[in-house]
Design a protein around this ligand. Structure first.
Ligand code: BV8
Ligand code: ZN
Length: 232
């Protein structure tokens, strides 16, 4: 896959599937056993912060032993090898792209390893699993802390969002890997790229709403397809 111009990669939970991280909506996915509306919303957290934290702490424990797979590694290599501008936009909150060495990276739905105080706003990076107390409290003010992720109905971080849409408007090639393409506003990115003349390639074992729009949709698993597609 040769592209001299700007490249943007958009990833979802499917990129981490081969690291043993359950996806959200697929078979065996997280949403099968939990309803997003019951847990990944400010209302759910307001009603029962301990229940929401039990779910996130359970996910953090599952992620603690997860390692980047060949898909993460291939994307980190692409960033280093690509002469033109490059940006990796991930919806994943698991931190595996950074662990693989990706640096030109925006985590548009935040990070499961960040916790943020609901009282003073202090953010900290907390890798301890299980968490010492549920729900965790702020070391600075004792306030209730929340997971540093974006919940349904919450705005995405403005800086990350502007970087993602700015790069989508300017890119020559967009690679969309392992996302069901149903969560907005990130699901708009491939349309924005295409409207600005970019070539859009999808990698997913299943069809998605993006499939009919993509210039090419490769049916396959990311850890299998990306190393050969990217030549690494
Ligand atoms: C916003 C939390 C506005 C973090 C997540 C009604 C009320 C309120 C909002 C809405 C509404 N209707 C619509 C909306 C907008 C809403 C939305 O899009 N809803 C959808 C479901 C209809 N969006 C929002 O609420 C966003 N915010 O709009 O705010 C606003 C503006 C200004 C001011 C105030 C408000 C917030 C969106 C973020 C929500 N947070 N999670 C967490 O707990 O992790 S969403 C959740 O889905 C994850 O974050 C994940 O990132 C995201 C996307 O899922 P995917 O990554 O695509 O994963 P999925 O399992 O779905 O798919 C996996 C894919 O991989 C599959 O296609 C599978 O085939 C493939 N695959 C499997 N194995 C492999 C593979 N691919 C490759 N290789 C493999 N081996
Ligand atoms: Zn605080």
């Amino acid at each position: 896959m040769e592209a001299a111009g700007a490249v943007v990669v958009v990833t979802g939970a499917g990129v981490s599937a081969e690291s043993g991280v359950p996806t959200f909506r697929g078979a065996g996915g997280l949403w099968r056993s939990f309803r997003a509306e019951d847990l990944a919303t400010p209302g759910a957290f307001g009603r029962d912060p301990r229940l929401v934290w039990e779910w996130y702490d359970w996910r953090r424990q599952g992620l603690a032993t997860a390692r980047p797979n060949a898909a993460h590694d291939a994307l980190a290599r692409l960033e280093r090898a690509h002469a033109g501008s490059f940006l990796l936009v991930t919806q994943n909150v698991d931190g595996l792209h950074a662990a693989a060495g990706s640096r030109k990276l925006v985590e548009v739905h935040g990070s499961i390893w960040q916790v943020r105080c609901t009282a003073c706003g202090r953010e900290r990076y907390e890798r301890a699993v299980p968490l010492a107390t549920l729900p965790p409290t702020c070391p600075a003010c004792g306030g209730l802390e929340r997971p540093g992720v974006v919940w349904f109905g919450e705005a995405l971080p403005a800086v990350a969002l502007e970087a993602a849409f700015g790069a989508a408007r300017a890119c020559e090639l967009m690679l969309v890997v392992g996302t069901s393409a149903v969560v907005y506003p990130i699901a708009y990115l491939p349309r924005v790229a295409r409207e600005n003349g970019a070539r859009v390639i999808e990698v997913n074992p299943e069809e998605t709403p993006l499939t009919p729009l993509a210039d090419e949709s490769i049916r396959g698993r990311a850890a299998e397809v990306l190393p050969s597609l990217l030549g690494f």
